[in-house]
Design a protein around this ligand. Sequence first.
Ligand code: PLP
Length: 460
Amino acid sequence: MHKYPIPPYKIKMVEPIKMISREERVKKLEEAGYNPFKLRSEDVFIDLLTDSGTGAMSHFQWSALMMGDEAYAGSRSFYRLEKVVKNITGYKYVMPAHQGRGAEQVVIPELVTKEHMYFISNIHFDTTRAHVEIAGARAIDCVIKECFDLDEYHPFKGNFDLEKLEEIILEKGKENIAGIIMTITNNSAGGQPVSIENMTSVNKIAKKYDIPVIIDGARYAENAYFVKQREKGYENKTIREIAKVAFDLADIFLMSAKKDGLVNIGGIIAIKDNEELFQKCQTNIVPKEGFPTYGGLAGRDMDALAVGLEEALDEQYLAYRIDEVKYLGDLLKEAGVPIQYPTGGHAVFVDCGAIAPHIPYDQFPAQAVSNALYIEGGIRPVEIGSLLLGRDPDTHENLKADKEFMRLTIPRRTYTLEHLRYVAESLIKVYNNRESIKGLEFTYESPLLRHFTAKFKPVE
Ligand SMILES: *Cc1c(COP(=O)(O)O)cnc(C)c1O
């Protein structure tokens, strides 16, 4: 084991980044309504908003772009992508989508066959929750309680609470459960992995009650890497073999390929063997995403994705990725900054409820700390707390998140350890001045997915 993670690639092309002055950052943030989503990226020095579509492609992917077949129907690029996805998943039916939410809007409504249905997930990702609600169903989260014990080590904090899962099914009635969504890794609570053992039990329960299982697998390769590291019996399996075991435990695979697809845009729908569902989705995809052999993507995008899916299964690549996230987490933890421990696959989740206990949940402590980090270091994180969670769809009350997280999301193959060290140093300064951070109140709020467009002012 080396002291620091070593990347299994070298840099061939660079993109300059520039830091504007502190006074300018103060002004830009005010103009952005104290919402980092509304900043221009040129005013950001290190962008940790998301790992979605922000990674660097390899020279193999860039050359694959040139092979794109831009035919509207039956493109060679589609068949290349289909072959790779079938190979990895073992599923029979494949369709591309323009990104993860595109896949969700095609498939989720087809699973909601009547009124008052529910989806159950370890934790629904925000767009997944939105599509569940748009389809007229309700989203219930069912993750183990250890997930919210940030200091205690647990190898698989993304796991389902199996007892609770069965209770929910019995309480709501099995005929009212539209699907069980296994989010791997569990994005919303730290990119935490789900064990194969847990997925096996979820699958068993689902089959007992005849409920379809969906893998929301934006980071399925990272999940497989954690399984290899932490779950007994998988030490000597390849990442691909472990991923295949997971796919065998589900019926449908929805993927934002902007994560473990290693591309800047793209999504995947794969269905194991339900031909009727596939046919319905084929009809539904045309007006929403496009013809089933391009689903909103250019031919070249599908070629780059076909290559990226293979690269993301490389164990050396995954080892560096997971270790660099841990590197940032370790620097913060050593300085006393409270984080979700152990760190997950794609981000360090910082516990802003603990950093700013003087800010109430409906003044969004994690958004406030995020803004302070932007002012301090030109770094753009993202809030994963009560702001993201939104309001109860029935009562319209502000919901209170279990944790007020600020996510420092690491784009793939993009920043160096020096960048990450600078991020740690900046956040430690913010942490040491934490009493001065002020809460926020809305000056504008949209009814759905409010975190993207909301505007605020600091509470004086
Ligand atoms: C990103 C993501 C999505 C949505 O995908 P987009 O490509 O952003 O539309 C869905 N589920 C999970 C777990 C994600 O991380």
